[in-house]
Design a protein around this ligand. Structure first.
Ligand code: CP
Length: 292
């Protein structure tokens, strides 16, 4: 039984297979490879993209999907997470897709070895399917080779599971990763760190903008996000005509993370990332449920 807690669960050969399958599925919609499979989604935190992307991916491959809304489940009567998970597993799903605020939850459930566990985002530690769909978007843009390309991750890096998983995967793939953030948003890291985007903009091929995750801050870090935006919003004044790809995992705080105009710019691939997410999640489900 294979799980996806973080991308280090996949070998280099498996990551190459995922990129190949995602590209193939994007070129031609696949047959219903998972017709006899059943998945359960269990999201303890809000989601627009990841949950619906998994459902679309599973259904496009012919799998059935059941969603349990934790706010209406017996969690509200005091049932433990482990008991909720064990009861769902007693219904014999082929996998459980989980999002949770605690970093360790997907690992803890995977260790129970009851069904394949797929991490759809855990705390500020890991969001492996986002990292893989971002890699797919980058590989597609750079015609297959991201080695040696430089990406600046900009914004609330310390709160971001997208950044955590992305840093681990993109450095493994040979990319140079630079962190750009004001001090309160900067994690401890051996990677190059800068407070101003202007200091690195001439050497980056990609900017990954991140949302300030206000819901994860114990108290307000900035009184005024318009002042923050003056330094970190990705807009035409800042980018000029440079050939830089702009990514963001969503949700985008418009005109704080990325300007309205830049969201319309062909260099900005936010909706392409969402589209690619479906194909990458199809590839991930195929690998976990059929090929492992
Ligand atoms: N990128 C991402 O995880 O978005 P959602 O929170 O909407 O799933």
């Amino acid at each position: 039984m294979q799980h996806l807690v973080d991308t280090n669960n996949f070998s280099d050969v498996q990551i190459a297979q995922l990129l190949h399958d995602a590209k193939t599925f994007k070129a031609q919609h696949p047959p219903q490879l998972l017709r006899d499979k059943l998945l359960i989604t269990l999201f303890f935190e809000a989601s627009t993209r990841t949950r619906s992307s998994f459902e679309v991916a599973a259904k496009r491959l012919g799998a059935a999907v059941v969603h349990l809304d934790p706010s209406k489940s017996s969690s509200s009567k005091g049932e433990s997470l482990e008991d909720t998970f064990a009861n769902l597993c007693a219904m014999e799903p082929d996998g459980v897709i989980i999002r949770h605020s605690e970093n360790e939850t997907p690992r803890l459930l995977a260790d129970m070895q009851m069904t394949s566990v797929i991490n759809a985002g855990a705390g500020n530690y890991a969001h492996p399917t986002q990292a893989l769909l971002d890699l797919f978007t980058l590989v597609e843009h750079f015609d297959g080779d991201v080695k040696g390309k430089t990406i600046a991750i900009v914004g609330d890096i310390v709160s971001s599971r997208v950044a955590s998983s992305g840093i681990r995967l993109l450095t493994r793939m040979g990319m140079n990763v630079i962190l750009v953030a004001p001090k309160p948003f900067m994690p401890e890291s051996d990677l190059p760190q800068f407070e101003k985007l202007e200091d690195v903009i001439e050497k980056v091929d990609v900017i990954m903008s991140l949302r300030a995750q206000l819901e994860r801050h114990a108290s307000a870090i900035f009184d005024d996000y318009a002042a923050y935006a003056k330094h970190y919003c990705i807009d035409h004044d800042r980018l000029g005509d440079r050939n830089i790809l702009v990514l963001h995992p969503g949700p985008v705080m418009r005109n704080i993370d990325i300007s309205d105009a830049m969201l319309q710019d062909p260099r900005c691939k936010v909706l392409e990332q969402v589209k690619n997410g479906v194909y990458m999640r199809m590839a991930i489900l195929k690998l976990l449920l059929l090929d492992s």
